[in-house]
Design a protein around this ligand. Structure first.
Ligand code: SAM
Length: 275
C-alpha cells in the first residue's frame, strides 16, 4: 500500500515513461530503503499474523475471498512482512511468501520469530516466479507487486502459469479512480487533477533524473483485459467501503475520502481450464 505522496506539482514528482529495468531497480531500492519505516508505520495495523486486504481494514478472516484454504497450496506475492501468509498458514494452508525486497523479507523473518509462525520465504520478482507450472491452488497479494511492474499483463500470465486450472488469483490495488486525485488524505485530495486515462507511471526522481519510486496506473477496464488475456475469469470486484468508526489514516486513505469514493479495488479471478 503506497504512502502519502506530495502533490504532483512538486518538481521531483512527474508522470513519465520508464523502462522495465528502471522500474525494477527503483522498486527494489525503494522497498529495501523503506522497509523499516513501512513496518514502523503500518506494522501494528497489519499485525504479525493477520491478512488485511487494504487500509479500509477489510480482513480475510471476515471477507473470505480466498475461501476455505485448508490443505491448499497458496502463494502470497509481494508479501512484505508476510503477516497474511502466516495467517493463512494458521488456517491450514501450505503457504509460500515471496517478495522482491530483502529488506521486507528481513521483517518477515523477525515477525516469524516473534509469532512463532513460519512460512517459506522466497526473494524473487513476480515477473519470473521460480516455480513450476500448476503448483498452486491460490495466489494472492494485498497491494504487492502488481502496481510496481511496468508489464503487469506479464504478471497475470506468470500467475496463470503457476496456478492449477480453476485455481484462484485475488489481488488488491489502489482503486484506479484514485489516480484522478492527488494522494492527499485531506481536502486537497478531493479535487480531480489528473486524467483517469493517463497510463504514464507516477515517478519520484532526484536531480539526477533516476527514478526512485515508480508506481503504475491502469484503468479498471485495463485490469479486466489483462486478466482475461491471461486466461482468467473475473468472479468479483470488491470496492471496500470505509467502515463507520474507522479513523485511521494510511497515506492518502482517510475517512474523509473513504466516505465519498473507493480507495481500494480487489479483483477475484479464477484460472480457466485452458490457458
Ligand atoms: C505496498 S507493499 C505491500 C506489502 C504487503 N503485501 C502489505 O500488505 O503490507 C508492496 C510490496 O510489493 C513488493 N514488490 C514490488 N515489486 C515487486 C515485484 N516485482 N515482485 C515481487 N514483489 C514486489 C515490495 O517489495 C513490497 O514489499
Amino acid at each position: 500500500m503506497i504512502e502519502a505522496q506530495p502533490p504532483a506539482t512538486e518538481p521531483h514528482v512527474l508522470r513519465r515513461p520508464v523502462t522495465d529495468a528502471e522500474s525494477r531497480v527503483a522498486s527494489r531500492r525503494w522497498w529495501d530503503a523503506d522497509a523499516d519505516e513501512y513496518q514502523d508505520e503500518h506494522g501494528a495495523f497489519l499485525g504479525d499474523v493477520d491478512f488485511v486486504w487494504c487500509p479500509e481494514g477489510l480482513r480475510e478472516a471476515d471477507a473470505r475471498l480466498l475461501g476455505d484454504v485448508r490443505g491448499l497450496r497458496v502463494l502470497e506475492l509481494g508479501c512484505g512482512a508476510a503477516a497474511g501468509a502466516r495467517w493463512l498458514e494458521t488456517q491450514g494452508a501450505e503457504v509460500v511468501a515471496l517478495d522482491l525486497s530483502a529488506g521486507m523479507l528481513r521483517h518477515a523473518r523477525e515477525a516469524a520469530d516473534r509469532s512463532g509462525v513460519r512460512v517459506p520465504l522466497v526473494q524473487a520478482d513476480a515477473l519470473a516466479l521460480p516455480f513450476t507450472a500448476g503448483v498452486f491452488d491460490v495466489v494472492c497479494t494485498a497491494f504487492g507487486a502488481v502496481p510496481f511492474v511496468s508489464d503487469s499483463a506479464a504478471v497475470m500470465r506468470e500467475v496463470a502459469r503457476v496456478l492449477r486450472p480453476g485455481g484462484s488469483w485475488v489481488f488488491s490495488i489502489t482503486h484506479p479512480m484514485r489516480w484522478v486525485f492527488w494522494d492527499e488524505p485531506g481536502e486537497e485530495g478531493l479535487t480531480a487533477r489528473n486524467s483517469y486515462f493517463d497510463r504514464l507511471p507516477y515517478v519520484e526522481q532526484g536531480a539526477d533524473g533516476v527514478p526512485g519510486y515508480v508506481e503504475q496506473h491502469r484503468t479498471l477496464g485495463d485490469r479486466v483485459r489483462e486478466l482475461v488475456a491471461a486466461g482468467f475469469v473475473l468472479r468479483d470486484l470488491i470496492e471496500p467501503e470505509w467502515p463507520a468508526g474507522h479513523e485511521q489514516i494510511w497515506g492518502q486513505w482517510s475517512p474523509l475520502r473513504g466516505r465519498l469514493f473507493p480507495g481500494t479495488a480487489i479483483f477475484v479471478a479464477d484460472r480457466g481450464a485452458a490457458t
